[in-house]
Design a protein around this ligand. Structure first.
Ligand code: F6R
Length: 250
């Protein structure tokens, strides 16, 4: 596990974007696993700037997103499909047909999950999987649980996640109670994983991810078993990891 400690959000975003751009340059037809949420917004802005400068092209890239709220249409401004269009896809040369987000409106959500697993498998899994992390240690929407769920599945969101995400909605009541999420199996099958985190609110989750026992009660701890994980975070998010004496790159 390589950990980059960056001085602030902008530096974190630039570092993460450089790692993603390097992957695209290395393999122009790579499969990118993508995340939503507030953390990667700056990373996507940096990637858009690189694209505009002619430094990187998404023409041959395929993307697979981690998750989607159950019941939200792609046109809903809080759906993750909408987020991806707004924060990345509409601003770069990716072929819309090559972008994939679980369908939150699927009538048969279980069948949608199974089809999503088959799709990601047919791509040979992600070359690079971008992850954020929840305050409770969730990755994708794999919430703290008594066991790790390998397959893409429908999940009941925890109160902690609902209240953390309420900031994007009019009120907590509007936050969907369920989501479709890629399971731990697909995430761990990615060739490389890039986890981004900023702010003191992520300090405990990052500490557990790096130093804690591997447990489904903090799903991100499974990343300790992956052979190629890069964490890019700011000082505040890494404060407890650094205090524990773990070496970081600066
Ligand atoms: C989003 C996702 C979530 C977020 C996490 C952190 O696709 O899978 O795991 O990465 O909830 O969200 P932010 O970045 O808003 O703190």
């Amino acid at each position: 596990m390589r950990i980059y400690c960056e001085k602030d959000y902008q530096a974190m975003s630039r570092r993460a974007a450089n790692i993603i751009a390097a992957e695209i340059i290395r393999k122009p037809d790579c499969v990118l696993g993508l995340a939503t949420g507030s953390t990667p917004v700056g990373t996507y802005k940096e990637l858009i700037a690189m694209y505009q400068q002619g430094d990187v092209s998404f023409k041959e890239v395929h993307s697979v997103n981690l998750d989607e709220y159950k019941g939200l249409a792609p046109t809903h401004d809080q759906s993750y499909r909408y987020f991806m269009q707004d924060n990345l896809f509409n601003h770069v040369d990716i072929d819309p047909a090559n972008t994939n987000v679980p369908n939150g409106l699927a009538e048969d959500a279980e069948a949608e999950c199974a089809a999503y697993d088959r799709l990601v498998e047919s791509f040979g899994y992600a070359d690079l999987q971008l992850l954020g992390i929840g305050n409770n240690g969730h990755i994708g929407f794999n919430e703290p649980d008594s066991s790790f769920t390998k397959a893409t599945h429908v999940v009941d969101l925890t109160e902690s996640t609902i209240s953390a995400n309420a900031r994007f909605f009019e009120s907590a009541n509007e936050v969907p109670r369920q989501a479709l999420t890629m399971g731990i199996g697909c995430i761990m099958a990615a060739r490389r994983i890039l986890l981004v985190a900023n702010g003191a609110g992520k300090a405990d989750a990052l500490y557990n991810t790096v130093c804690g026992p591997i447990t489904p009660e903090c799903p991100a701890t499974i990343l300790q078993l992956h052979k190629d994980v890069v964490i890019v975070a700011d000082e505040a998010a890494l404060s407890k990891v650094i205090a524990a004496g773990v070496a970081v790159c600066r």
